[in-house]
Ligand binder design. Structure first.
Ligand code: SF4
Length: 236
């Protein structure tokens, strides 16, 4: 068996307090920090086992003042690193301190979903109760469900991963007039993170800009729906 990645929870406090947070993180939550010493030992162990990827989550990992050093430590040992972050602390001196990692195999994964209490949790519960044999979910949510004990140990297996796709899109129903949809899109795309009035809205979404929609990543799902002959009912 090949181990593809190791997940570490760096801390459990967070600068946000999302209602759907699976780690019950919030600004006053106990930090429960993985110490740098333990972190180093685990990274060394992952390297010795030939595990190529290290994924860090929390809480908000960038609340730890030494996150840059932690990233350096793992990257210098040849691991690819992915950090699940709400992105709000990645500005100013912290961002400047990370500039040298620009070309490193480092992914900062900013989740925009609010779905952990919705569809994906229902899918997970359907697996646990045997209603479903398989479910599709965000890997971060899958790990979080394991972490909170929803999935008993060794009770689930990852069958396949899909490629990257845009997780959140603004989707208009068929009843909207095209000119209204176009006007809405034009307003979004014209928003600037440099505008002090708009910046708080971007920060709430964890964004620095809106981009034109990219839906090609949904093709495997479209093909699966077509193969199963499932019809989608859309209410006007
Ligand atoms: S940003 Fe993430 S870790 Fe922080 S409270 Fe929200 S869901 Fe939890």
């Amino acid at each position: 068996m090949t181990l593809e990645r190791v997940w570490l929870y760096t801390n459990f406090d967070c600068n946000l307090q999302c209602t759907y947070c699976l780690s019950s993180s919030h600004p006053k939550a106990l930090r429960r920090e993985l110490t740098f010493g333990d972190y180093r030992s685990l990274v060394d162990e992952a390297q010795a086992l030939g595990i190529p990827e290290l994924c860090l989550t929390g809480g908000e990992p960038f609340l730890l003042q030494d996150m840059e050093q932690r990233l350096d430590y793992a990257l210098q040992r040849g691991l690819r690193v992915t950090v699940l972050t709400n992105g709000l602390l990645l500005s100013g001196s912290r961002l400047t301190a990370m500039a040298h990692l620009n070309k490193a195999p480092l992914t900062l994964q900013v989740s925009l979903d609010g779905d952990r209490v919705g569809g994906e949790r229902q899918a997970a519960e359907a697996l646990v109760t045997g209603v479903a044999d398989a479910a599709c979910m965000h890997e971060g949510n899958y790990r979080a469900f394991i972490g909170e004990g929803l999935f008993p140990p060794m009770s689930t297996e990852v069958v396949a991963y899909v490629g990257p796709y845009d997780h959140c899109n603004m989707t208009a129903g068929p009843s909207i007039a095209p000119e209204q949809a176009d006007a809405f899109a034009a307003r979004l795309l014209a928003m600037s993170y440099d505008d002090p009035e708009l910046r708080p809205l971007f920060d709430l979404e964890g964004l620095t800009k809106w981009v034109a929609p990219r839906t090609h990543g949904y093709q495997p799902l479209s093909l699966a729906v077509a193969a199963l002959g499932v019809s989608l009912a859309i209410e006007a």
